[in-house]
Design a protein around this ligand. Structure first.
Ligand SMILES: NC(=O)c1ccc[n+]([C@@H]2O[C@H](COP(=O)([O-])OP(=O)(O)OC[C@H]3O[C@@H](n4cnc5c(N)ncnc54)[C@H](OP(=O)(O)O)[C@@H]3O)[C@@H](O)[C@H]2O)c1
Ligand SMILES: C[C@](O)(CO)[C@H](O)COP(=O)(O)O
Ligand SMILES: [Mn+2]
Length: 390
């Protein structure tokens, strides 16, 4: 029985993780749950999974949450605010923490979990992209496992099992192409939020779905792969694969290529991040290659989707620049979702903010440097828009 805690339990990653627990009650037990605002769903999760500790980030929801579970025959520890979420991350005898919080808000809870000796099932990619220079040394210092739950990085990790040191030559990240993959570039200025949220293959949270539409998700995943697998940016490629059946590939020194395939279903990478090195039987629909049909590939269009290039540049700049890219993207996507900026303003403002940060960057940022850069970038997005610089 593996004891786990889930950060972001009411979101797409969190609920799919709880689906896995429901499917395998003999394998997994929930110790803690944390979320942002959704007390109704959190209260239902408390009833079903009976965690020892829960937290709601929005402190104004604490009393209403307590009311929703006042009839229960047990009372979990109920906390609120950032500190409450951090406490869930580090609490008790959980072995693994699934990081399903969206955005850099997951950074401090993840650091708390690592420091408490918890293995990390990493879905919250922003934590690694922004905090990699600090997170990776902590993972090593506390001898915990950082296991990828992102589908591409899970695929790469699975393919790497058994590959000898020095055997890896190149990583090939697959990308669906997102909501606008078949849209002519001249139509992008008019696209709406609703258009951008129509992902062709995956059902995900709003922010990452927009990131898939701008291809920033793939750019972030390039940085994520660099940190997770220690591979140089020149050896990380992107290929558009509209079917999302091949979840990524690795090329070895002898030119052999290994790939991991499956239906577009996040439960599988999540399960493997929790079961590794074991493989757990599931009754889920097996992949049927004939049913999947043709698998096609094409070059990514960097002119149509400049976010990929911005991410490569930020990754190569290193230091706190990935944190600035990530924060500017989070802020720009939030403004797009609020219909305050256009779809094409997203890469424009990110580029402007990153350009302005270059002279401030430091090659070995501390946690405080990363948090300060994150905060600066979010403010700089507003400054650029107010000054009509995009
Ligand atoms: N969804 C996928 O298939 C997928 C695949 C790969 C990687 N990821 C990554 O996984 C992360 C989560 O994505 P998602 O799609 O699951 O997002 P989502 O559906 O929007 O869920 C986000 C979760 O985080 C919670 N949350 C937000 N801010 C919080 C805070 N400050 N403290 C505590 N909880 C907070 C939300 O709570 P409320 O619901 O109460 O607001 C919700 O439970 C992202 O980093 C994403 O890039 C997702
Ligand atoms: C499901 C996924 O792993 C989320 O990161 C996948 O990457 C989303 O698809 P896309 O290829 O980025 O559109
Ligand atoms: Mn992914």
């Amino acid at each position: 029985m593996k004891k786990i805690s889930i950060l972001g339990s009411t979101g797409s990653i969190g609920t799919q993780t709880l689906d896995i627990v429901t499917d395998h009650p003999d394998k997994f037990q929930v110790v803690g749950l944390a979320t942002g605002n959704n007390i109704q769903l959190l209260s239902e999760q408390i009833r079903q999974f009976r965690p020892q500790i829960v937290a709601i980030n929005n402190e104004g929801q604490l009393e209403d949450l307590k009311s929703l579970i006042s009839d229960l025959d047990y009372t979990p520890i109920i906390l609120a605010g950032k500190e409450g979420v951090i406490e869930v991350a580090r609490y008790g005898d959980s072995e693994s923490v699934v990081t399903g919080i969206v955005g850099c808000a997951g950074l401090l809870p993840t650091i708390a979990a690592i420091t408490a000796g918890k293995d990390i099932a990493l879905a919250n990619k922003e934590t690694l992209i922004a905090g990699g220079p600090v997170v990776l040394p902590l993972v090593e210092k506390h001898r915990v496992k950082l296991l990828p739950a992102d589908s591409e990085h899970s695929a790469i990790f699975q393919c790497l099992q058994g590959v000898p040191t020095g055997g890896l030559k190149k990583i090939i990240l697959t990308a669906s192409g997102g909501a606008f993959r078949d849209l002519p570039v001249e139509k992008l200025p008019q696209v709406t939020v609703a258009d951008a949220l129509k992902h062709p293959n995956w059902s995900m949270g709003r922010k990452i779905t927009i990131d898939s539409a701008t291809l920033m998700n793939k750019g972030l995943e390039v940085i994520e792969a660099h940190y997770l697998f220690g591979v140089d940016y020149n050896a990380i490629d992107i290929v558009i694969h509209p079917q999302s059946i091949i979840h990524s590939l690795i090329e070895l020194q002898d030119t052999s290529v290994l790939a991991q395939l499956g239906w577009p279903d996040m439960r599988l990478p999540l399960l493997y991040a929790l079961s590794w090195p074991e493989r757990i039987y599931t009754d889920w629909e097996p992949l049927n290659l004939v049913k999947a049909g043709s698998l096609t590939f094409k070059e990514p269009d960097h002119q149509k989707y400049p976010c990929m290039g911005l991410a490569y540049a930020a990754g190569r700049a290193g230091g706190a620049m990935p944190a600035v890219l990530n924060a500017a993207n989070e802020q720009a996507v939030a403004l797009f979702l609020e219909e305050k900026i256009s779809f094409l303003d997203i890469p424009r403002v990110i580029e402007k903010v990153c350009d302005r940060f270059a002279i401030h960057n430091t090659s070995t940022p501390s946690l405080d440097d990363i948090l300060a850069a994150d905060n600066w970038a979010r403010q700089e997005v507003s400054n650029c828009l107010i000054a009509n610089l995009v």
